[in-house]
Design a binder for this molecule. Structure first.
Ligand code: NAP
Length: 282
């Protein structure tokens, strides 16, 4: 049964829903942001399985829950239960954030724009001058490719195990986007791992998403995997001399965009990356 805490206004409630949910870092990020911005809000993690989605959305409406973050396995199945979608959520057919627009519950997807905001804060040159390789073509890759396309990245090259999925994902990036292979990586400014390879506690821990010989010192290498914060892929890229960034940037920026959707405010939390990485290291 889906259990939201009672809403004791003026304390507004937001929550992340999905299954499993116990290790989600979203409560830490959002509760830190609420505290920092002195907002009387609280954010919970609520376990919801696919067959509980109807009950979950009914509870959101009844209890006036002010915002939802949505994670696996609900990003697609909740769509028919909402009143509308943003253009981005429609394109991706996936929702990671639910907000109120008047009396309507609207689904959005902040993953890709979160990635782009993180990337812009890390790169010195505009995206219009950058060729990027996206390794993977699943949900994370699709959101990243779509936002890079919206931001007029110079070229987006999608490298994925299944070519058919790569073709579909590349379509989201618009005219500057195409399917490629390992040989294309050498000419890219930015390489992004958007496969789950390398994640702690899985059979792929320590594995590389692409052979390191295709990378070089003058590249920026990003891993969307953020546990461990420095994956083997990033460790080896750094040894080559490449500039590396963990998936924490995307994780934090997609959350800040959700925060903005719910509260209308831009949270600025200078030490959030340290706070989240300390929680991962524990
Ligand atoms: P997904 O939808 O399951 O897609 C996974 C992709 O990885 C697919 O394209 C798949 O290839 C490829 N892949 C999986 N195993 C592979 C293997 N052994 N060899 C080669 N390719 C493989 O997953 P997702 O939701 O996109 O998530 C991907 C990763 O991004 C996860 O680690 C997730 O935690 C992370 N993520 C991070 C953030 C963040 O904020 N930093 C946000 C979202 C996701 P096929 O198409 O051939 O099956």
């Amino acid at each position: 049964m889906v259990k939201f805490p009672e809403n004791n206004e003026p304390e507004f409630i937001a929550a992340v829903v999905g299954k499993p949910i116990a290790h989600s870092l979203s409560p830490l990020i959002h509760n830190t942001a609420f505290k920092q911005e002195k907002l009387n809000w609280i954010y919970h993690a609520i376990e919801v399985s696919e067959n509980e989605i109807s009950e979950c959305i009914a509870a959101v409406r009844e209890k006036n829950i002010r915002g939802l973050s949505v994670t696996m396995p609900l990003k697609e199945v909740l769509i028919p239960h909402l009143d509308g979608l943003t253009e981005t959520a429609k394109k991706l057919n996936a929702v990671n954030c639910v907000f109120w627009d008047g009396d309507d519950l609207i689904g959005d997807n902040t993953d890709g724009d979160g990635f782009v905001n993180a990337l812009k804060s890390q790169l010195n040159e505009p995206l219009t001058e950058k060729t990027l390789a996206i390794v993977g073509a699943g949900g994370a890759a699709r959101s990243v490719i779509y936002s890079l396309g919206k931001n007029s990245a110079k070229e987006i090259i999608v490298v994925n195990r299944s070519k058919q999925k790569a073709e579909k994902a590349a379509c989201l990036g618009g005219p500057n986007s195409r399917v490629g292979n390992y040989e294309d990586l050498a000419a890219c400014d930015v390489i992004v791992n958007s496969t789950p390879l390398g994640m702690t506690g899985t059979v792929t821990e320590g594995l590389l998403p692409v052979p390191i010989k295709f990378l070089s010192a003058n590249q920026s290498v990003i891993d969307l995997v953020y546990n461990p914060i420095e994956t083997e892929f990033l460790r080896q890229a750094k040894l080559l001399g490449a500039v590396t960034f963990s998936g924490l940037g995307m994780l934090i920026h997609q959350a800040l965009l959700q925060f903005q959707r719910w509260t209308g405010k831009n949270a600025s939390i200078p030490d959030i990356e340290n706070i989240v990485s300390n929680a991962i290291d524990q």
